[in-house]
Design a protein around this ligand. Structure first.
Ligand code: HEC
Length: 126
């Protein structure tokens, strides 16, 4: 009986102390990897769309020498191309449209989703 009890005692000690083996690294590794989120609920022209255009499009599509005659600084023109489908068609590299940015890397899926959400909302000047 005694050897059994002391074995149980040792086992329970080992079990209790096993918790202390967890270190910060192990705990972090056990966290589920956060999936990259793309929140398109609060997309606005001013805060979301215009900065993407500034970053990736207005180098060519500006008022000075608008590529293809398209000035994407001017909201009215952005709206026109949003409404006629050419904006989304070109950035999503859909068949029948010139892929944009011309000769550049495709926009991220999240940025394309932002355009999509904004256009679905009626491409408002907000
Ligand atoms: C390196 C210069 C350049 C950049 C950067 C660029 N474009 Fe263009 N884009 C052009 C040119 C040139 C044309 C006209 C091409 C043609 O008519 O064959 C054009 C055409 C277009 C068209 C009409 C496409 C069609 O099939 O009717 C749209 C819409 C457009 N661009 C949107 C964008 C958007 C949005 C961006 C940024 C994500 C962008 N462009 C970035 C040069 C550029």
């Amino acid at each position: 009986m005694r050897p059994l009890l002391s074995t149980l005692w040792l086992l329970s000690l080992a079990w209790l102390s096993s918790c202390t083996y967890d270190n910060a690294e192990d705990l972090a590794a056990e966290e589920p990897t956060p999936t990259p989120t793309c929140d398109v609920r609060s997309v606005t022209y001013t805060a979301s769309i215009s900065p993407i255009l500034a970053q990736s499009c207005r180098g060519c599509h500006n008022a000075g020498a608008p590529a293809g005659g398209i000035n994407l600084v001017d909201y009215a023109q952005v709206k026109r191309y949003a409404d006629n489908g050419r904006l989304l068609g070109s950035i999503s590299h859909a068949a029948g449209y010139r892929a944009m940015p011309l000769n550049g890397a495709k926009l991220s899926d999240c940025d394309i989703a932002r355009f999509q959400a904004w256009i679905t909302a009626g491409a408002p000047n907000n």
